[in-house]
Design a protein around this ligand. Structure first.
Ligand code: COA
Length: 165
């Protein structure tokens, strides 16, 4: 398997009845699964144009993938080596079960491991509260990206451990 588990919490998580895993994915080998989740959430559900969803940066990013017990992809996120987080998505039927929080926890763990001092993201405005729970704070005014209102959010990681999130 091309994916690499990154931490005990990320190996296996449970919503109570449903089990899922979060692992680091390989863009080339796992791109079909990563594509399927992002296509369902961003392109079909949110109407983001396909030409904006796929960019040249994917190949250079660290990707996380959440899978259900049948190994179907249910969530994704990506981290640029310089600390930009993006493409955080959980399939609609899996939302509200902690998958997004586990993805974020694992991303922060990976960022801390790589000694990234600060992570930054463009949050869809409706999801700002999700990121704020991890300590991200909004910087600047709202702006439009892919036709959706966004806000830039930042989180300092320097000197912190993942247990603090
Ligand atoms: C945003 C998203 C990734 C959250 O994933 P999720 O799996 O539903 O989140 P979780 O179940 O792990 O939620 C963790 C906590 O954040 C809270 N939360 C989740 N979404 C939230 C939101 N939009 N605003 C405020 N709080 C939110 C939950 O209530 C939960 O709180 P709790 O720990 O007190 O129960 C998911 O809603 C999604 O994929 N949305 C569509 C794509 C999208 O908009 N992505 C964001 C791009 S910036």
């Amino acid at each position: 398997m091309s994916e690499t588990a990154i931490a005990s919490r990320c190996n296996e998580s449970s919503t109570g009845v449903e089990t899922y895993t979060v692992r680091i994915a390989d863009w080339r080998n796992d791109s079909q699964v990563l594509h399927a989740v992002r296509e369902a959430v961003f392109i079909r559900e949110q109407g983001v144009p396909a030409e904006l969803e796929w960019d040249e940066f994917d190949a250079g990013c660290i990707h996380l993938i959440a899978r259900d017990a049948a190994q179907k992809g249910i969530g994704t996120a990506r981290l640029f080596p310089h600390g930009v987080i993006g493409r955080m998505a959980v399939l609609k039927e899996w939302r509200g079960k902690g998958v997004g929080a586990t993805l974020m926890h694992c991303l922060l763990e990976e960022a801390i491991k790589r000694q990234i001092q600060q992570v930054v993201l463009h949050a869809q405005a409706h999801a700002g509260g999700f990121y704020a729970r991890f300590g991200f704070r909004a910087v600047g005014k709202q702006f439009m990206e892919a036709g959706i209102p966004h806000v830039r959010m930042v989180l300092r990681l320097a000197g912190r451990s993942v247990d603090q999130f």
